[in-house]
Design a binder for this molecule. Structure first.
Ligand SMILES: [Zn+2]
Length: 155
C-alpha cells in the first residue's frame, strides 16, 4: 500500500523528535496535517490561513516550519518575483538522495547534498543491478565536538 503524505511526514517528525529529544506537540501535528492538504509548494501565508481555525499564530507557524526544515519534512524554495524573493515550502520527496554526516562522538546527524557525488554514483552501471536511489553515511567529528576538544586542550 502506498503511504500517504501524512504518513510519510508523521514518520519523519517522529524520528526527528526522538533524535532531538522533543516532546509530542499537538500544534506541530496540526500544522503537519494542514500542510499535507495544501497544494505543493505553498507559502507561509497559505499555511497560516489553513491553520486559522486552530488559532495558531503566524509566529508559531514560522517556528514550526523552521523545525520542519531541520527535520527534512519540508524544504524551502526561493522564487524570484519581480524585485523580491518569495520563500515557498514543499514536502520533501521520499525518493530524494540522502547524504548524512554522523558525528561519532555526540551522534549528531546533519544532512547534506553533494551533487558531484550523486552524479558519479548515478553514472555507474552495474551489470546485475539497476540503481535507483542511494544513501550515503559519512562518519566523523562534528564542529561542536571539534571545538570542545580544542577548548579542552587549551585549558
Ligand atoms: Zn559531535
Amino acid at each position: 500500500m502506498k503511504k500517504s503524505l501524512l504518513d510519510i511526514t508523521s514518520e519523519r517528525l517522529k524520528a526527528y523528535s526522538a533524535q532531538a529529544g522533543l516532546r509530542h506537540s499537538d500544534v506541530r501535528q496540526t500544522v503537519l496535517e494542514k500542510l499535507c492538504l495544501l497544494p505543493q509548494p505553498f507559502t507561509t501565508e497559505e499555511l497560516a490561513q489553513a491553520c486559522e481555525e486552530d488559532r495558531i499564530s503566524i509566529g508559531t507557524i514560522y517556528n514550526v516550519l523552521r523545525l520542519f526544515v531541520s527535520a527534512h519534512i519540508v524544504h524551502a524554495i526561493e522564487r524570484q518575483r519581480g524585485q523580491r524573493t518569495k520563500t515557498l515550502y514543499e514536502v520533501e520527496a521520499d525518493n530524494q538522495v540522502k547524504m548524512q554526516m554522523i558525528c561519532e562522538k555526540c551522534g549528531r546527524v546533519s544532512y547534506f547534498h553533494d551533487k558531484a557525488i550523486e552524479r558519479i554514483i548515478r553514472a555507474r552501471k552495474y551489470s546485475n543491478f539497476n540503481l535507483q536511489q542511494f544513501t550515503l553515511f559519512v562518519y566523523g567529528e562534528c564542529k561542536k565536538c571539534k571545538q570542545l576538544k580544542k577548548t579542552k586542550n587549551n585549558l
